[in-house]
Design a protein around this ligand. Structure first.
Ligand code: GLN
Length: 261
């Protein structure tokens, strides 16, 4: 009888730790694992949208990139196991807000609007929006976007920037992936794409007949999103992040994916 109870307890424990490691929406299990003294290994769930090279993208079956490596390094410092949830970009903040994901790392720019719903860590890099056009395009800078059709990724800072042109008669086409916007432009469906510089570089490198215009449209900072008011996690992340900055590890990760010009 005793043995049976023990077996049952063990089975329950195994199921418990399996749930703690599997799938998505582990907000509660994470807390449970942590309060167990982390014996099962607490899970740090990262919400991202793996359509944003070189920050996060699919490489065969794996999700790789700068943000993934930063998150792995942070999780290691926090003694946690990283799990990645690949979801739509505009679902990342709701996912953190609801507690289903612990952190959002998605080349995500800090802005006032997002700060109403999540807290952000210290920035880990700077970025900008740029315009991609076909080589033969007559669009040479932001003023030429007036009245044109502009493709963006839905809910991004590129979307916000381009939307200002609607009052000049421009139409904004919003895609769920940045690359879909680039493809639509290559097919002649739209005139230009507004997107972050580093993914723009990847898309232009991998495709013939398109180019990035020189003028940067914005100055932005990427940071890690956490649930509003979760200062405990935010402090840990900021401490770990500053260690990664000081040790040079952060720069090493960035340099692995972005070659200096
Ligand atoms: N930096 C942009 C933003 O925060 C784009 C991010 C992305 O598409 N992953 O909106």
């Amino acid at each position: 009888m005793k043995k049976q109870i023990l077996a049952l307890t063990m089975a329950a424990m195994m199921i418990g730790s399996l749930t703690a490691c599997a799938g998505s929406g582990k907000g509660d299990e994470t807390t449970a694992a942590a309060s167990n003294g982390g014996a099962a290994g607490a899970v740090l769930t990262m919400a991202t949208n793996a359509e944003f090279p070189p920050y996060e993208y699919h490489d065969n079956n794996a999700i790789v990139g700068i943000d993934v490596e930063i998150a792995e390094a942070l999780a290691e410092k926090l003694g946690m196991t990283l799990e990645i949830e690949d979801i739509a970009f505009d679902s990342i903040i709701p996912e953190i807000d609801s507690g289903k994901a612990d952190i959002g790392l998605a080349g995500m720019t800090v802005n006032e609007d997002r700060l109403k719903n999540v807290d952000f860590s210290d920035p880990y890099t700077t970025a900008s929006q740029v315009i991609i056009v076909k080589d033969e395009s007559d669009i040479t800078g932001p003023d030429d976007l007036e009245g044109k059709s502009i493709g963006v990724q839905l809910g991004t800072t590129g979307d916000i920037y381009a939307s200002d042109y609607e009052e000049t008669g421009s139409t904004i086409e919003r895609y769920s992936k940045g690359f879909e916007a680039v493809q639509a432009m290559m097919q002649g469906k739209i005139d230009a794409v507004v997107i972050d510089l580093e993914p723009a570089k990847v898309f232009v490198e991998e495709n013939e007949g398109i180019k990035i215009l020189d003028e940067a449209l914005t100055v932005e900072e990427y940071a890690i999103a956490v649930k509003k008011g979760n200062t405990e996690l935010l402090d840990k992340i900021n401490t770990a992040l500053s260690e990664l900055k000081e040790s040079g590890e952060l720069q090493k990760i960035i340099d692995k994916y972005i070659s200096a010009e």
